[in-house]
Design a protein around this ligand. Structure first.
Ligand SMILES: [Zn+2]
Length: 438
């Protein structure tokens, strides 16, 4: 067995790992490079050697190069979970649309994709086309809807595990990832390998405090949020605050992101994959992701109208809009119109990469440049954690510690050098780990 990394070995985006087994080769993920990590979209390896593609989850940094893989001639099976099968065409269509690809061309790519996708149940071994006797099993990773870590059994019974992206423990919407029983070789993400998250358990209370202040000021709270995962986690917490009367039931909650709404619909369609607390809420007759005062904005005209309304009336409202780092999407228009108002609050609850408008705003500047226009910043800016979709160091260490077998090698991937170093020193101290490779 050997692995060639075509991305996310030393960085955190562009995940693509080629596992060469005696009977054939398979790819785990085929993602795009993002932010300051640049890399070609064109596939620079021989796709005729690839027998199968396994997709761990539908984030663009794990699937974004699939259209280029198809363009390079890959026609083999794409194994993924049922929920990922649902999300993948949505995500790719959106990404290709942003790229400027016409609707017809996008349809053609998605039609090819649809023929190749082979959805798999969680927790069930399935034979895959990669030499005789090779099987794969998807296990819930708790990262986003449909996310999985994958266990691969070679025909000599070697067990290779790719973590994909692992979610943090104790998020209410998705169940915590459970460690595999066995792993001879573990390829482990290390995004937050040297960090500890603020508690998820009390994030709702912290969110309530910030929202209360804004509502007292009679202003709009703008929450830039990623369409997948974070928007749904936020809606889930906001519904609870309304239910417990901590937020007024007349306060408009505006979700202005067509993509986020499509993804939210997918979350609702796959309620069976939710965690126990979320399922319990549904059983008691509540609608955690589609409650009454949640207003969804669809058309661009509606969007512009609501931006103008909020800017001219300064009425209290909570707006959740993409993109999460304010690099584009509808949140930009809200910021342009509402940053000059002292009654506005902007609440960041996700990582802001260097060079983005989000990262500038976090520093609470006096003004920012948006679309070549200087916009004064009178709004209050808040940052809160607890909404990360990634496991932190403690979660990662506990994931490895709970593997019952002795692990020959843990290969750290999907992390910056510092994060890997921090995690390596912790993992080396575990009794079930023989070797850790950065
Ligand atoms: Zn991810």
């Amino acid at each position: 067995m050997n692995v060639i990394h075509h991305g996310a070995k030393h960085g955190v985006t562009g995940s693509c790992h080629q596992l060469n087994l005696p009977g054939g080769s398979l790819l785990v993920d085929c993602g795009r490079f993002q932010g300051h990590e640049t890399g070609a979209l064109d596939i620079d390896f021989d796709v005729t050697k690839i027998n199968a593609l396994i997709v761990t989850h539908a984030h663009i940094d794990h699937v974004g190069r699939i259209p280029w893989l198809l363009a390079a001639g890959y026609r083999g099976p794409i194994y993924l979970t049922h929920a990922s099968q649902h999300l993948l065409p949505l995500m790719l269509d959106d990404a290709l649309d942003i790229e400027g690809l016409a609707a017809k061309a996008r349809e053609k790519i998605l039609a090819t994709l649809t023929m190749q996708m082979q959805p798999c149940d969680y927790k069930r071994w399935v034979p895959i086309e990669c030499g005789k006797g090779v099987t794969v099993r998807f296990q819930p990773a708790g990262h986003i809807l449909g996310s999985a870590y994958v266990e691969i059994n070679d025909n000599d019974n070697t067990r290779i595990v790719f973590s994909g992206d692992l979610g943090p423990n104790q998020t209410p919407l998705l169940p915590d990832p459970q460690s595999p029983n066995r792993a001879d070789f573990l390829f482990l993400e290390s995004t937050y390998g040297n960090r500890k998250h603020q508690s998820i358990v009390d994030r709702k209370a912290r969110l309530a405090n910030i929202l209360h202040d804004a509502i007292k000021n009679q202003g709009t709270v703008i929450i830039p949020a990623f369409s997948v995962g974070r928007t749904q986690e936020l809606l889930y917490d906001i519904e609870q605050l309304i239910h417990s009367h901590e937020l007024s039931s007349s306060l408009p909650i505006i979700v202005d992101s067509p993509m986020a709404m499509k993804v939210t619909d997918s979350y609702r369609l796959f309620k069976r994959l939710w965690g126990n607390e979320a399922k319990h809420r549904v059983k008691s007759g509540r609608h955690p992701l589609a409650f009454e005062q949640c207003i969804t904005i669809d058309s661009h005209e509606q969007h512009l109208a609501i931006v103008n309304q909020l800017a001219s009336t300064e009425q209290s409202a909570i707006v959740v809009a993409a993109s999460g780092m304010c690099t584009g999407g509808r949140v930009v228009n809200y910021l342009k119109a509402l940053l000059p108002l002292a009654s506005t609050e902007v609440l960041f609850c996700g990582y802001q990469a260097k060079g983005t408008l989000g990262s500038e705003l976090v520093e609470a500047p006096n003004n920012v440049q948006i679309d070549d226009q200087s916009v004064p910043v009178k709004a209050s800016i808040y940052t809160m954690s607890g909404y990360s979709a990634h496991a932190d160091q403690a979660d990662l260490v506990s994931f490895v510690r709970s593997i019952k077998s002795s692990i020959q090698q843990v290969h750290l991937i999907h992390g910056e050098t510092k994060a890997k170093r921090g995690l390596k020193s912790q993992l080396q101290a575990l009794a079930n780990v023989q070797q850790v490779i950065e």
